[in-house]
Design a protein around this ligand. Structure first.
Ligand code: SAM
Length: 302
């Protein structure tokens, strides 16, 4: 029987500890993070994301940003620390009152430029205006998912989306369908505002220079459950999101998050990833990071 997996009760009522989840944003979130020197990186994730968005002309003078599901506020803090001269206003939307409080503390130095909205992204998004760019980092895996679907027993809402956007589904066997992530992308596209999205992918892209990272990783697959403390997330079928955005007339760019953050030390990565026997703390950090980040994709809708 298909059922709708929903983390909203967890995010509304549970004391959320992101340190029990390995998030890229927190791993690279602070200038003193041990992952940064291990990866030979100097800038935090928020600062690097700002660099890339600036290069692509999406982060411009007077920019009004909206981050959805900002966790501890580390991404936005890093971005504003590095690129605050460009940012006119920030809106932080989150379902968790406790995490919105953390974001408020993280962004305190810029508080006169920041507004906080408590609510469910899927409900709030249509009402948001005066924004030039959405940032949605590692949150769409938390949105509702139809689980244990059979291709011949689709709930009507999902069947309608699959037909409207001509989404590929397996011919047989049970699978999971990221209905919440698709709905969010649909809402973003209908607003005609660019968006950066990143998440665990069920169809990850492996950097061409690092083919060894594919070892033991499912690519081109269907969403899988990731069990976490007191809740589960699901990996995202990015090709579905791309297809929805294109069908709605938007341009999409996508790739591996490891490439996006500018990690280039292929030889070191090859040695550590192939050996898997880490002789030093630094090698252990690099291995842990690579093993995790290789499943992530980024997507820019413009
Ligand atoms: C896994 S955390 C990621 C936090 C941060 N973006 C990062 O990369 O570390 C997911 C975030 O999305 C928020 N969230 C989950 N479901 C949401 C929803 N339906 N609407 C708005 N925010 C939501 C959570 O409260 C949390 O802040």
């Amino acid at each position: 029987m298909p059922s709708l997996h929903d983390t909203r009760h967890y995010h509304l009522h549970h004391p959320i500890d992101l340190m029990t989840e390995f998030t890229i944003c927190e791993s690279l979130g602070h200038p003193r993070s041990p992952y940064l020197p291990a990866l030979a990186m100097e800038r935090t994730y928020g600062a690097v994301l700002g660099d890339r968005l600036r290069e692509k002309g999406l982060l411009r003078q007077g920019c009004r940003l909206c981050e959805i599901g900002g966790g501890y506020g580390s991404l936005m803090r890093g971005l504003v620390e590095a690129h605050g001269d460009l940012v006119e206003r920030v809106v932080m939307v989150d379902l968790s009152r406790a995490l919105l409080g953390r974001q408020q503390r993280a962004l305190n130095p810029w508080i006169d430029r920041v507004r906080f909205v408590l609510g469910d992204a899927l409900e709030v998004l249509p009402a948001i205006s005066g924004v030039d760019l959405f940032l949605i980092n590692e949150m769409i895996g938390d949105l509702p998912v139809w689980t244990d679907f059979h291709p011949r027993g689709l709930p009507p809402e999902a069947a309608a989306l699959i037909e409207r956007y001509r989404l590929a589904i397996p011919e047989d066997g049970l699978f999971h369908f990221n209905i919440g992530a698709i709905r969010l992308v649909e809402a973003v596209c209908l607003k005609n505002i660019p968006a950066f999205i990143s998440e665990h992918a069920s169809d990850p892209i492996i950097p061409r220079e690092m083919p060894f990272l594919v070892k033991g990783l499912a690519t081109g697959g269907w969403p899988r459950e990731i069990r976490l403390t007191a809740h589960s997330e699901y990996t995202i079928r990015f090709s579905h999101l791309e297809q929805v955005a294109r069908a709605l007339g938007r341009k999409v760019e996508t790739g591996s998050l490891l490439e996006f953050i500018g990690y280039t030390n292929v030889e070191k990565a090859r040695f550590i990833f192939n050996a898997r026997a880490c002789a030093t703390d630094e090698q252990a950090l690099v291995f842990e990071f690579l093993d995790h980040v290789r499943e992530y994709r980024w997507l820019i809708i413009s």
